[in-house]
Design a protein around this ligand. Structure first.
Ligand code: FES
Length: 132
């Protein structure tokens, strides 16, 4: 059996209300910039002086160019976006095309990359490294 006039009107009202609620709901505030919580990486003893460690899940590389001085950078190479592969002799190395970056400041030591690795905030507390 077909819909009665009453059910059609009720349905139309509900649809209109839903539309209004949907419009209101879509105006809910969402952060314009993603909020990134601090991430605990591990003990400082994982980071050799003059070297570093790549945390592939966190997409970060932490270095210790001078004893007690920790630096962190994105581990995504600025050339074509590979994850850097290792840190040795104060350089962060991308094996995809051979770019090398300074472990002290992320600057390009050897191309083809032309832009530095972006810095990340790093803190050390109670012998543990945290970024973010
Ligand atoms: S993606 Fe790193 S050198 Fe090309």
């Amino acid at each position: 059996m077909g819909a009665t006039r009453r059910t059609l009107l009720t349905g139309a009202g509900a649809a209109a209300a839903g539309g209004l609620m949907g419009a209101h709901g879509s105006a809910a505030a969402e952060p314009a910039v993603p909020v990134v919580d601090p991430v605990a990486l591990g003990p400082v003893t994982d980071i050799p002086v003059g070297g570093g460690k790549i945390y592939s899940t966190a997409l970060v590389v932490v270095t210790q160019p001078v004893a007690g001085d920790f630096k962190a950078f994105t581990s995504i190479c600025t050339h074509w976006g590979c994850q850097v592969a290792e840190v040795e002799n104060d350089q962060i190395i991308c094996r995809c095309h051979g770019s090398r970056f300074s472990a002290a400041d992320g600057s390009v030591v050897l191309g083809p990359a032309t832009l530095p690795l972006g810095p990340k905030a790093v803190t050390v507390k109670d012998g543990q490294i945290t970024i973010g």
